[in-house]
Every structure is written in structure tokens, then in C-alpha cells.
Design a protein around this ligand. Structure first.
Ligand SMILES: N[C@@H](CCC(=O)N[C@@H](CS)C(=O)NCC(=O)O)C(=O)O
Length: 225
């Protein structure tokens, strides 16, 4: 299997299935497709049916879309607890994952993932307040029920879906409860996440669309690159 991914520093969707593959020790290779620079969009369109990453290649099969990739992995490796084993818990984990996939647009647009950065105070909290409130409720309820350290006790695909959100809380020092803060630390403590982070920190590339100083107009595009 091969996973086509974007720049590790910025590509939230790539991080999710990569964590599942790595944490559950599924053999795979990866290849980074640039999300900036000359011709990057044409290159993505040549390699990915949706023009986006991640894409899983398994023989002749080409699977785009994060959720579809994760479900394919769960189908291929039914003995690995990618989702919680209990049916009700699986339903909750899938619901939480679908909610992440479809929602949290405030956090996604106003606090982009940027693993190498530390930008406390840069995010206008009004733009993310609704999302943070919902995160607190969802994470709080699931962590209380499971006892942690992950949403359903042990790490599952639901945590992979929320891992990029956890990084935003750290990067922008967003105000969260102790419970949510501990969950962020659990994500950072996951060996698979640490491996991704170490590779991300070696990357030289800058994606202006994901740099908050560019988004907020303090730095013109092209200066950071
Ligand atoms: N719905 C897709 C979203 C994938 C996505 O937006 N990926 C970003 C990188 S994190 C991308 O490829 N952006 C390039 C573009 O939109 O042109 C999924 O779930 O995988």
C-alpha cells in the first residue's frame, strides 16, 4: 500500500490516515506531494482523482477521501481495533469522526494546522468560540465515559480525526479546559504522532494559504517562502 500525502507541516487530512496506518502497524509507504510551488495543483490532479490528498493506492485500487481510506483499512484489517470493538462505541466513534469531517469550519479556516509554528494570541477567539465549545462538550463526554487517555480509551480512528485539531490548540495556545488540554498532550505523546512531527519539522516548504500572518494580512504572500 502507498499513501500519497501533502506537506506534513500543514496537511491535516494526510495526517489522519497516516496515523491510523502507522499506529496500527500496517505496512505502507508514503510519498509527499507538494501543496505549494510551481505546478503543484496540476501535479495533484495528475496523481489524485479528486485533486486532493490523501490518496491510498493498493494495487490497482485508488482510494481518495480520508474517511473512505480509514474504512477501507478497517475492512482490510478487521483484527486491528481501528474502530472501537463495541457496536455502540463504534457508532459514537464514527459519528464523532463524521462531525469532524463535515464541521469545525471556524477552527479549520481561522486556525490552520502549522506544526512548526507557535503563535499564541494570533487567533481571533470569536471565530473559533463555537467550535471550541463543541469540542469541550464532545471530548469531555467521551473522555469521561472512557477514562481516557484517548476518546474511546485506546487510540482509534476517532482520535486520528481529531489529532490535527489538537495541534491547533497547542500552536495557537487556544483556551481549553484541563481535560481537553490533557487530551492534546495524549495526542502529542502518541509515538506515531511524534514520528510524523519529527518529519514535519524537517520540511523547508511554506504554504502561504496556511500561514496565519499571511491569512490575516500582516505578511504579504511570497515573503515567508
Ligand atoms: N475531503 C477530503 C479533503 C482533502 C483535502 O482537502 N486535502 C488538502 C490537503 S490537507 C488538499 O489536497 N488540498 C489541495 C487543494 O484543495 O487544491 C478528505 O477527506 O480527504
Amino acid at each position: 500500500m502507498k499513501l500519497l500525502i501533502g506537506n506534513r507541516n500543514y496537511s491535516t487530512w494526510s495526517l489522519r490516515p497516516w496515523l491510523v496506518l502507522t499506529h496500527f502497524e500496517i505496512p505502507f509507504e508514503d510519498e509527499v506531494l507538494q501543496l505549494s510551488g510551481p505546478g503543484w495543483q496540476e501535479n495533484l490532479r495528475e496523481r489524485s482523482p479528486t485533486g486532493k490528498v490523501p490518496v491510498l493506492l493498493d494495487g490497482d485500487l485508488v482510494v481518495p477521501e480520508t474517511i473512505a481510506i480509514i474504512e477501507y483499512l478497517a475492512d482490510c484489517f478487521p483484527d486491528k481495533p481501528i474502530w472501537p470493538t463495541d457496536t455502540s462505541q463504534r457508532a459514537r466513534a464514527r459519528a464523532a469522526s463524521a462531525e469532524m469531517h463535515a464541521g469545525f469550519t471556524g477552527l479549520r479556516s481561522h486556525a490552520p494546522m502549522n506544526l512548526r509554528a507557535s503563535y499564541p494570541g494570533r487567533v481571533n477567539l470569536d471565530t473559533v468560540a463555537k467550535d471550541l465549545k463543541r469540542l469541550e462538550a464532545l471530548w469531555g463526554e467521551l473522555l469521561l465515559a472512557s477514562g481516557g487517555p484517548f476518546l474511546f480509551g485506546a487510540f482509534t480512528a476517532a482520535d486520528a480525526m481529531y489529532a490535527p485539531v489538537a495541534t491547533r490548540i497547542r500552536t495557537y495556545d487556544l483556551p481549553v479546559s484541563d481535560v481537553a488540554g490533557e487530551y492534546v498532550e495524549s495526542i502529542y505523546g502518541l509515538p506515531a504522532f511524534q514520528t510524523w512531527l519529527a518529519e514535519a519539522l524537517k520540511e523547508p516548504w511554506v504554504v502561504d494559504d496556511d500561514e496565519i500572518d499571511v491569512i490575516q494580512g500582516r505578511i504579504p504572500p511570497g515573503v515567508l517562502a
